[in-house]
Design a protein around this ligand. Sequence first.
Ligand code: FES
Length: 221
Amino acid sequence: MDTPENPSSAQNDPPPKAPTPVPAPAVSSAPASTPGATTAPVIAKPITRQAPVSALPPEEGMDRRSFLKWLTVGWAAFAAIVAGYGTLVMRFMFPNVLFEPKQSFEAGHIDDYTVGEVSERFKERFGVWIVRDAEKIFALSTVCTHLGCTPNWLPNEAKYKCPCHGSGFYKNGINFEGPAPRPLERFRISLSDDGTIIVDKTRKFQQEKGEWTDPESFIPA
Ligand code: FES
C-alpha cells in the first residue's frame, strides 16, 4: 500500500514521461507592412544614363536655332554694308581719272622722215601718222571717217585699210573704197624756232572743205 507510512511502494512506481513537444505553427510570409514582419533589404538598381535628346526643351531649342540663324543673317548684312562703304571710300580716294593724251606734241625734225614714208611712231600714243611726200610733211588722223575705227597702214598696197567695214584710203588720206564718206582729216603742223616739228590736234583740216591747202595743214619740205 502507497502510503507515506509505506515508502517502499513509492520507490516501485515508474518515472513520469517527458512532455511531447508541440510543433510550431507555420509562419506565413506576411507583407513588409504587416506589423511584426521582417523588412527585406532593398538592393539599389544601377542607374543607366541616356544621352539627352536635347539640352533644352523643344521650344527652347528652336528659339536658340532661330537666334543663331538671325545672328548669321545679321553678320552677313553687316559685312555687306562694310564692304559697300569700303568701296565708296576707295572710289573717293582713287577716282576714275580719264587721262587724255596731250593734244600737242613734238614730232622730231624734217630730216627724221624720208620721202614717201608713212611714220607710225605716234599712231598708238597720239593717233597720228606723219607722212612725207615729195613736196611736204603733214599729220594725218588715224580715225576712220566712217564710224571711227583705226585703219591699218599697208605699205605693200600703199593704202590705209579699215578693219571694221573695209574702207580704204590712199597714202594722202583720200578715201577710195568702202563706206567711208570722206577723206581722213589732217592736223595743224608747224616748225618751232629750233626746227622741231609741232603737231597740234586741236585744229583739224578737212579735204572736202578745201582746207588741205591751208599753210597750217602742212610743212613744205
Ligand atoms: S569704221 Fe572704218 S570702215 Fe567703218
